[in-house]
Design a protein around this ligand. Structure first.
Ligand SMILES: *Cc1c(COP(=O)(O)O)cnc(C)c1O
Length: 427
């Protein structure tokens, strides 16, 4: 690829790493399983660890700029020895990070899971206070582990600006789990920066091209790549995005020590997934918007319900960024509103029937794969109302999913009215 031409997301996902591995002719690289590499044969090429550290420092002192250059690093940290030990890095992980960096326009550091990435970033920033709302429960789990070492204090997301101090952290998940609704990133960036605090956005539910939190002032962006980047329910990975070269270096050297690089197979699966990523996310997000619209019509339009045979009053709430109506949402999410939405049915017992009546949605936790998923969310999150259903929309045909949901609601309505199951999966 030419460094002087601007390419689109799909093109970058397919071509950004061309010629970037140890074998420039490979189209799909081999899964690299080696944990160690032999040093070069020529002793003149060897640099002791001490010499390498001195050379790196000299280079860093000369290049103090924070500009994002996404070209391969001018100085290779191992000075001519690209691979030493796979806890440091390995060929496919480098290709993945190279491709993702180009796709998101920032430095990307990859991790074994989304939560490993969250733990690494919070450790890197080492705040005294973290302002965080509801959202993915695992992130709260990470903070409670880190508390054993740091006494970090947890503040609510809507804490007073004056409660934040220099070096503190606002961790903003948007769109937020499980509702799929959005927070105003720009407003939180102002609040953080007014106090010298950091803003991290967990953008897992709206990866590019849906939103770019750096545009609204985020300092770091976090993704669980297990979800949409991975996209096939077969790998765990996490990403930290930063515009700062210094932060990237520190995150990489921390990762080496903590042993958090994705495994060889996971890196390979992720690279494979990126090739079709843009097609998937755009389809998933567009279909989710259509389904949110359909469900919301069942919530508010009695005539429409009657026409389709759905009991009016069955659907009591539908949440998705596309239905939110706040002005900032449209501006913040120019590429679409994300593939996750939630709904609530009239009672917990009716709600529990819904996943079983659906034929095209697997009843399962997580999100992001090609298959549509539905979850009675009380199964995995103790904090939610037991009438809540979370949906993660996959890549199936939109009209098939619309019909599936409509028929499942018809069955739920019959169950609600009669108190007995009126339809089964085989119907
Ligand atoms: C899944 C998820 C995580 C954690 O990612 P893992 O890859 O499962 O460790 C963090 N944040 C959000 C919003 C998620 O959906």
């Amino acid at each position: 690829m030419s460094e002087n031409i601007t390419y689109g997301l799909s093109t970058l996902a397919i071509h950004a790493d061309a010629g970037y591995g140890p074998d420039p002719l490979e189209v799909s690289p081999a899964i690299s399983v080696s944990t160690i590499w032999r040093y070069p044969e020529n002793p003149d090429e060897w640099k002791s660890a001490k010499e390498r550290a001195a050379l790196l420092k000299e280079h860093a002192d000369k290049n103090k700029t924070e500009e994002v250059s996404l070209a391969p690093d001018a100085v290779d940290p191992n000075f001519g020895i690209p691979f030493i030990y796979s806890r440091d890095t390995q060929p496919v992980a480098l290709r993945v990070e190279r491709t993702l960096s180009k796709m998101v326009g920032a430095h990307v550091v990859s991790y074994r899971s989304g939560l490993a990435a969250a733990a690494a970033l919070i450790t890197h920033l080492n705040p005294k206070r973290i302002s965080i709302g509801d959202g993915y429960h695992g992130t709260h789990g990470v903070i409670s582990v880190l508390k054993r070492l740091s006494n970090v204090q947890v503040l609510p997301l809507d804490c007073a600006e004056g409660d934040l101090h220099e070096g503190d952290l606002i961790w903003l998940e948007t769109p937020v789990n499980p509702l799929g609704t959005s927070f105003d990133i720009e407003a939180f960036a102002k609040k953080a920066h007014g106090r010298g605090a950091w803003l991290v956005v967990d953008s897992t539910f709206a990866p590019p091209p849906l939103q770019d939190p750096f545009q609204q002032g985020a300092d770091y962006v976090h993704h669980s790549a297990t979800k949409y980047f991975g996209g096939h329910s077969d790998l765990l990975a996490g990403l930290i995005l930063t515009k700062s070269k210094e932060a990237k270096k520190r995150l990489i050297s921390d990762r080496l020590v903590m042993g958090n690089l994705p495994g060889s197979l996971e890196a390979w699966l992720l690279l494979r997934s990126l090739r079709t990523y843009a097609l998937r996310i755009e389809r998933q997000s567009r279909t989710a918007e259509a389904l949110a619209n359909l469900l919301d019509r069942f919530r508010r339009d009695e005539e429409f319900c009657k026409e389709k045979g759905v009991e009016p009053g069955l659907v009591i709430a539908v949440t998705h960024s596309s239905l939110q109506g706040d002005d900032f949402v449209k501006k913040q999410m120019p590429g679409g509103y994300g593939p996750v939405l939630s709904l609530s049915l009239v009672t917990a017992s009716v709600t529990k029937r819904f996943p079983g009546y659906l034929k095209l949605f697997f009843h399962s936790t997580s999100l992001g794969g090609t298959e549509s998923l539905v979850e009675w969310r009380a199964m995995s999150d103790p904090s939610v109302d037991d009438r809540l259903i979370r949906m993660s929309v996959g890549c199936e045909d939109t009209s098939d999913l619309e019909r599936d949901i409509t028929l499942a609601l018809v069955s739920c309505g019959r169950f609600w009215r009669s108190g007995t199951p009126a339809a089964s999966k085989e119907e």
